[in-house]
Ligand binder design. Structure first.
Ligand SMILES: [Zn+2]
Length: 231
């Protein structure tokens, strides 16, 4: 079941490894088949180098396992909140990549210092509020998802294809698992560049609105003209 999606999700998980976003088994990518309402996600605790498509776990949108012998990633409930809340999302990626996680730990949104950032995010990379003790003691992973959703109230999942979960790390998403992983990679690069920017000049200012809008909207606006078009 969902063989193609399994292969896509496995490939997206391996992309995080290739791009050095993963320490041991940290991180996870999932993808969804919207027609069937089925989610494919990385299994919990299986080393990436041993992972095969059949190890991936298929669940419904309530987290019930539909197929797979292994336990799904413990972050599954966070992914499910995002899929349930945002129908436009087809893939979710979570990492503890170092620079993005450093910003998450500092609980600082990442300012848009340049066009790499502006090509993907229409505004700073947001950071969630700290989770309340009751949220941690309760359905922790689900409540992490709700914190991400609250964080996106001022924006949209397409204008912010990822956020930083306070004291934890980045979650990113996209139209499918591959794009979610791509956004996780970009988010790490943005976080790294912003860190260096402030190292060179602690008083560095965000890019101006005109440049930020130009770069974001030429790729994502209704009059987008960057690239070859996706039809
Ligand atoms: Zn995590």
């Amino acid at each position: 079941m969902q063989q193609r999606l399994r292969e896509q999700v496995l490939e997206a998980n391996l992309e995080l490894v290739r791009r050095n976003l993963v320490l041991y088994t940290f991180g996870n990518v999932s993808g969804i088949a919207r027609d069937e309402g089925l989610v494919v996600i990385k299994p919990s605790g299986v080393p990436y180098e041993q992972m095969k498509p059949e190890h991936l776990v298929v669940t419904d949108l309530d987290g019930n396992i539909v197929e797979g012998k292994l336990r799904p990633s413990s972050d599954l409930p966070t992914h499910l909140v995002l899929y349930n809340q945002f129908p436009e999302i087809g893939g979710v990626a979570h990492t503890h990549s170092e620079y993005a996680t450093a910003w998450a730990q500092a609980r600082q949104p990442i300012p848009c210092f340049g066009t790499t950032h502006a090509d993907y995010f229409h505004g700073p990379v947001p950071v969630t509020a700290e989770l309340a003790e009751a949220d941690i003691a309760g359905d922790y992973e689900k409540n992490t998802g709700h914190a991400v959703v609250r964080c996106l109230r001022q924006t949209t999942p397409s204008a912010a294809p990822g956020v930083l979960v306070a004291n934890h790390g980045p979650f990113a998403w996209g139209k499918d698992a591959a794009e979610a992983a791509h956004h996780a990679v970009i988010l790490e690069a943005i976080a790294r560049m912003a860190y260096f920017t402030l190292g060179i000049n602690a008083a560095a200012q965000p890019a101006g609105r005109a440049l930020h809008d130009k770069h974001y909207l030429r790729k994502h606006g209704k009059n987008a003209y960057y690239g070859q078009g996706s039809g």
